[in-house]
Write a protein that binds this ligand. Structure first.
Ligand code: ADP
Ligand code: MG
Length: 258
């Protein structure tokens, strides 16, 4: 018999807590992401989905718990003391797991290509001419070869989101975090962005996707996590989560969105 060994997790979150003042938003989240895996995070509004993925790449500082990314601790507990890695290490980790936001978060006073090269040049210290060559290739990949010198305001929502995806790819990421990447788009632009994300998954990119696109999650996810009231209530392969949910809250959530 051949023993199948699972690859080491790329991301391991344990007992993660986040409070804003007296408000406990994350109440002990455990999450494992393996290389090449596509994880979806679903759940009701206000349940802590954005807070979770913002804590994972330290856009928000967690209050307690452990995050291990690519073999390094970003934060951990030791003898009831909460340790956070030095800012330099957090910045490096953040650059290796960029986030794509609902509202794109592009620099509006910079052109498309300037948006894409900003991270490589400023954070990764790439040579500008090399960063530009890479950015041109990535913009072509997402279908925006002719928009390099435009400003974000001159683009549709779908095109802005493609710029954001090219900008994430320009960081040569190990993982990309998506926070409701299609929620701000006109309905006719959603499918194009979902196709772009699917292409990343098919290339083997590790993805963590917060999304309300349940059909998309069902087709693309390796694993779906249902988060409600600051905790992961149920996790599993999409068929089980959508067709045979065990937790009553998950069952009610799925009924509510179908
Ligand atoms: P979701 O993305 O699932 O809709 P969020 O993570 O955005 O949920 O929010 C979870 C809870 O945390 C909400 O009650 C929200 O009001 C609160 N929250 C999020 N960010 C902040 C913040 N910066 N300050 C205070 N409360 C926040
Ligand atoms: Mg959110």
């Amino acid at each position: 018999m051949i023993l199948q060994t699972q690859p080491e997790p790329l991301l391991q979150v344990r007992a993660l807590h986040k409070s804003f003042g007296a408000h406990d938003v994350l109440k002990g989240v455990d999450l494992t992401v393996r290389p090449g895996e596509v994880s979806f995070v679903i759940g009701p509004s206000g349940g802590g989905k954005s807070t979770l993925i913002r804590c994972i790449n330290f856009l928000e500082t967690p209050s307690a718990g452990e995050i291990m990314f690519d073999g390094r601790h970003l934060c951990r507990e030791e003898g009831n003391v909460f340790h956070v890695a030095p800012e330099r290490e957090l910045r490096a980790a953040r650059s290796e797991m960029p986030m794509v936001f609902q509202h794109f978060n592009l620099f509006s006073h910079r052109t498309v290509i300037e948006n894409v090269i900003e991270g490589p040049v400023m954070v990764k210290r790439r040579r500008r001419d090399e960063a530009i060559a890479d950015a041109e290739r990535l913009l072509a990949e997402v279908g925006l070869a002719d928009k390099a010198d435009r400003y974000p305001d001159e683009l549709s929502g779908g095109q802005k989101q493609r710029v954001a995806i090219a900008r994430a790819l320009a960081m040569q990421p190990k993982l990309i975090l998506f926070d409701e990447p299609t929620s701000a788009l006109d309905p006719e632009l959603v499918a194009g962005i979902l196709d772009t994300i699917r292409a990343l998954a098919e290339r083997g990119m590790t993805l963590v996707v917060v999304s309300h696109e349940m059909g998309f999650a069902r087709r693309l996810a390796d694993v779906v996590h249902f988060i409600a009231d600051g905790a992961i209530v149920e996790s599993g392969p999409p068929q089980r989560i959508f067709d045979a949910p065990e937790n009553p809250r998950l069952a009610a959530f799925i009924r509510s969105i179908l």
